[in-house]
Design a protein around this ligand. Structure first.
Ligand code: CAA
Length: 258
């Protein structure tokens, strides 16, 4: 098992867990944390025994954003040349579905990190926002692109231009979170969702995620064509035969996970 300093990892059943762990900085995303997150996620992604990843933080903070103290003195040239968040781009491209289990602050890069995930479960204590404007910058990890797609232009514009935070109930109404649960139940609910996904056929889950992602990245017409091709191609897998036979025989499907 790799030794990390800013995250904790574990595997339970077919679920890989990544816990952001910089309590002294409310899990602010510094370069070490970002590199470790990318490394851990790609290791889970390469492992057939992992069918879903849960990403979580602490009770107080999922992540309070990019590390302001690390960024403060950098020049524009440093930011361009060092590309400090390249690990988050890698994280956003893993094939394995990721469930974000968010309690407390998910601000700036923390909100943006949650938005790279596939499902966002929020504790009733969660608070989401893009406060970068208050720091004299703008969101730099997708906040101006993924947030309007999730909540619509006008809600996103208000949040990005004012830096205001939303509580969990408002985030759910706006469409940013999949579901709000009591804080005490957050990890158990995340585990339940992740186990449900991890019990499905892994190649089919990859295909479903890829088709869903196409909805964010292409036109509807291209996305529909892509979906149709992927749907047809899945009939080449044993798991399609198994899934449909299981329905006919009134039993649970026994997928191969490879
Ligand atoms: N970067 C670095 N350190 C941070 C941090 C961050 N984003 N957020 C919190 N911390 C540190 C604080 O400096 C503090 O450390 P010290 O004890 O050494 O001073 C520690 O974490 C605890 O934080 P607070 O004392 O501030 O805790 P609080 O409960 O009073 O307030 C908070 C919580 C409202 C989340 C407040 O910490 C805060 O506003 N944090 C910054 C949020 C922010 O602006 N995020 C956007 C960052 S920029 C970005 O993300 C750019 C991008 O898109 C790429």
């Amino acid at each position: 098992m790799t030794e990390y300093t800013s995250i904790l990892t574990s595997t339970r059943g077919r679920v890989g867990w990544i816990t952001l762990h910089r309590p002294e900085a409310l899990n602010a995303l510094n370069s070490t944390l970002v590199d470790e997150l990318a490394h851990a996620a790609s290791a889970f992604d390469a492992d057939d025994a992992v069918g879903c990843i849960v990403l979580t933080g602490s009770e107080k903070a999922f992540a309070a954003g990019a590390d302001i103290k690390e960024m403060e003195g950098k020049s524009s040239r440093d930011m361009a040349m060092q590309n400090p968040f390249v690990g988050l781009e890698a994280f956003s491209r893993v094939r394995t579905p990721v469930v974000a289990a968010v309690a407390g602050y998910a601000l700036g890069g923390g909100c943006e990190l949650a938005m790279t995930c596939d499902i966002i479960l929020a504790a009733d204590t969660a608070r989401f926002g893009q406060p970068e404007i208050t720091l004299g910058v703008i969101p730099g990890l997708g906040g101006t692109q993924r947030l309007p797609r999730a909540v619509g232009y006008y809600k996103a514009a208000e949040l990005v231009l004012t830096g205001r935070m939303m509580d969990a109930a408002e985030a759910e109404r706006a469409g940013l979170v999949s579901r709000v649960v009591p804080a005490a139940d957050l990890l158990a609910e995340a585990e339940k969702v992740a186990e449900t996904i991890a019990a499905k056929s892994l190649p089919v889950v990859y295909a479903a995620k890829e088709a869903l992602r196409a909805s964010l990245e292409t036109t509807a017409a291209e996305g529909l064509r892509f979906e149709k091709q992927v749907f047809s191609s899945l009939f080449a897998l044993d798991d399609q035969k198994e899934g449909m036979a299981a329905f006919r025989e009134k039993r649970s499907a026994n997928f191969t996970h490879r």
